[in-house]
Design a protein. Structure first.
Length: 730
């Protein structure tokens, strides 16, 4: 084995790349080698045509032969006009795509970089570049040069170019200083870094394993991870135990005991970075934002419960009776009582499974208030859910973020306690999806005399974010709850609805009787399941239902990893459904024009949110941008923000919450074991509108139906709300 070798050449093509890690297999044209060199390693940030210098070692793989394992990658400025054109057109400089790069190089040749760097006023000599655009290109180049200096330092510590760019965006010229002096800040302040990477950097910089900064970072990492899993608090012994494991290394357990970590918890509490409280015979540790959010939700719900004593109409009983005679909607007794409660009570929760009439109830309330002068605000957590609510009621419905008027510049909501919504009734649909932080923001904007109706299915998966808000509100006993459990005849004829309720009770789906909209294809082998999924999406379901095409079929899967996980399913379906779309340069996941894509993080500036699905319509080679159509509007991204988009031919069940699709295909296999539980299966089945097809093993289905130990979330909203309502705040 040869160590500390260097290979320099032009990247010919990428054979394979993992979109999550950046690990890749690539072919490199190297001078003196008659055949391309195979290089493997983390190669994020480089493109075919780039000249690169790789540092690492040669190895001989028993299967693949001689390879260069790259441990560091440096992108070099090209020495030829062809290389220069590729270099500038690769998305390196914001606002410059291949077409613009070609015109620049045609005009200035090998002096192009010198012109951009030292004589930017000459850029106007190129067709299509005026003074304003020249200034923008010069600014983008200056930013890129600064980023390169930072990247040299960061890549020396194992940080990919993509993450280095994020660090640069967060800290600017202070990036290197921050990393050297406070590396653990990266874990808290830069998305995608995480504790493990920050810890490796800190170790390389010589920070001791028992340093207080490291211990505190480990504690906060555990709490942050717990919050990502939905928990609001962590019991102190659990926190200390988990932190000990995180801070230990395989060959070197943490020398310090639990007492040392508990002292660091107390230090973080004194600094205001954590909160500590005693309740229910246990010591709980919380991140301040989540602790404050739960307390505020409890206070604001109690404020509303004690607020308006005036119903939305003079006589709800009489209004509902008249509506039943002439309103055009037939309501069951439980629905009628829920409508009366919505008109009468300042806060109401409406919950029930599919086919029980939740939407009909909301439609009735809206119709009853039409023409009364009452102001309504209808909202839901996702764009698709809001669209469905608006279509069902004939009333404008918006996402919660749009309703609250998110200000991307100021970083907050325009509607808040000081500037509340102009509404007499606020209806929030799909309330099971609302996490405790978003619920805090919504309640803060509800006027004191307004009514609030929360509508959702408490048996679905809880929110992706922390908390179990809908379940906790119901469990508190402090808020009136209308439970709808009667499945109406038309809905009851659907096997989807029938089987959703059976699954919720832990019973096996039935495949006879009712409409033929639910199917179960038994397959045991993962490869056979994969082929069935591809056939169903590409041909069988669109043909059977007369759909516009495969884009109306959504594959849902319990997990992201594995042969039947979302990551691999997306690659397989992309190759099948969009094999010839033009590649989008510099996207780690290999997006193509024509792909179905999903936004994977909230982007308030563009007004697109985690879970929104669209179609990648175009890639502008000159500007280095792509356009994605979400619903009826186009959203532009530049190459620096493409990591917020991912393929969406398949997605996790969690990401599909709040969405509804004409047809759903759900692969099930025991390789999904850790995620096979009843609530997830129930949620997946209820996403399908016209057809649901399960493909997989009988054992996997049985495991999903079992009430296996899904750990409840550590939340305290129910007790806080109960205490607030009783007059003794928690």
């Amino acid at each position: 084995m040869e160590l500390d070798e260097v290979v320099q050449g032009v990247l010919d093509h990428v054979v394979f790349q993992n979109p999550q890690t950046g690990w890749a297999v690539a072919r490199l044209n190297v001078q003196g080698h008659t055949e391309p060199v195979t290089a493997v390693g983390h190669l994020l940030g480089v493109q075919p045509g780039d000249e690169v210098r790789l540092s690492g070692r040669w190895v001989t793989d028993p299967r693949w032969g001689r390879q260069f394992h790259a441990e560091g990658v440096t992108r070099l400025e090209p020495a030829t006009t062809q290389g220069l054109e590729r270099y500038l057109g690769s998305g390196l400089v914001h606002g410059m795509g291949p077409t613009m790069a070609a015109r620049l190089v045609a005009r200035f040749g090998l002096e192009t970089l010198d012109v951009i760097e030292h004589h930017p006023e000459r850029l106007v000599e190129v067709s299509g570049i005026g003074p304003v655009r020249a200034a923008r290109l010069r600014a983008a180049w200056t930013e890129q040069r600064g980023l390169r200096d930072i990247m040299v330092f960061l890549q020396g510590h194992g940080i990919s170019p993509a993450l280095a760019a994020r660090i640069h965006r967060r800290y600017g010229t202070l990036a290197v200083t921050t990393v050297r002096q406070e590396p653990y800040r990266l874990a808290e302040e830069v998305p995608g870094i995480g504790f493990r990477r920050a810890d490796r950097i800190a170790a390389e910089l010589g920070i001791p394993r028992e340093a207080p900064a490291r211990l505190r970072a480990g504690l906060i990492h555990v709490l942050t991870t717990q919050a990502e899993e939905g928990h609001v608090f962590c019991p102190l012994p659990t926190l200390v135990g988990a932190a000990s494991e995180v801070l230990a290394e395989a060959d070197a357990p943490l020398a310090l005991g639990d007492a040392a970590l508990e002292r660091e918890v107390e230090a973080l509490v004194r600094e205001g970075r954590l909160e500590r409280e005693e309740a229910g015979g246990q010591v709980r540790v919380l991140l301040p934002e989540l602790a404050g959010a739960e307390r505020q939700v409890a206070r604001d719900l109690t404020r509303l419960l004690r607020g308006s004593t005036r119903p939305l109409v003079p006589d709800p009983q009489q209004a509902v009776a008249r509506f039943g005679e002439a309103g055009g909607l037939r309501l069951a007794p439980a629905q009628e009582e829920a409508v009366r409660a919505a008109l009468r009570d300042p806060v109401l929760v409406v919950t029930g499974g599919p086919g029980t009439g939740k939407t009909t109830l909301v439609r009735a309330v809206v119709r009853l208030l039409r023409g009364t002068g009452r102001r309504l605000a209808l909202c839901a957590p996702t764009g698709r859910a809001a669209q469905r609510l608006g279509e069902a009621t004939g009333q404008e419905a918006r996402t919660i973020h749009r309703l609250l008027e998110w200000d991307p510049r100021g970083g907050g909501f325009g509607r808040n306690r000081e500037h509340p919504l102009e509404a007499d009734l606020v209806v929030a649909d799909e309330a099971s999806m609302i996490d405790v932080v978003l619920m805090r923001d919504l309640l803060a904007a509800v006027p004191p005399q307004a009514h609030l109706v929360l509508v959702g299915d408490v048996d679905q998966l809880p929110s992706v974010g922390p908390g179990n808000v809908l379940g906790d509100i119901i469990r508190s006993g402090a808020v009136p709850v209308a439970r709808l459990d009667q499945v109406f005849r038309q809905a009851g004829e659907s096997r989807i609805v029938m089987n959703a309720h059976r699954i919720q009770r832990g019973e096996s789906p039935v495949l006879e009787g009712g409409r033929e909209d639910f199917f179960w294809i038994r397959r045991e082998d993962p490869g056979e399941i994969l082929e069935q999924v591809k056939s169903l999406v590409a041909e069988r379901i669109p043909h059977h239902l007369g759909l516009a095409g495969p884009e109306e079929v959504q594959v849902l899967t319990p997990m992201r990893r594995g042969e039947l996980g979302a990551n691999n399913l997306n690659l397989e379906l992309q190759a099948l459904l969009n094999p010839h779309g033009a590649s989008v340069q510099r996207h780690p996941g290999g997006l193509r024009v024509g792909d179905r894509v999903m936004q994977v993080s909230n982007d308030y500036a563009r007004d697109v949110f985690n879970g929104d699905v669209g179609r990648l319509e175009a890639a502008d080679q000159e500007e280095g941008t792509v356009t994605v159509r979400f619903g009826d509007r186009d959203v532009r991204y530049d190459v620096r923000d493409l990591d917020s988009l991912a393929l969406a031919y398949a997605t996790s069940v969690h990401k599909a919450q709040g969405s509804e699709y004409p047809a759903v295909v759900l692969p099930l296999h025991t390789q999904h074991y850790v995620m096979l539980y009843r609530r997830l299966l129930y949620t997946a089945v209820t996403r399908g509108r016209r057809m649901v097809v399960l493909v997989g093993s009988g054992r996997a289905l049985r495991l999903a139906l079992e009430e296996r130990g899904v750990q409840p979330r550590c939340t305290a909203l129910a007790e806080r709300l109960h205490a607030e309502a009783a007059g003794s705040p928690a």
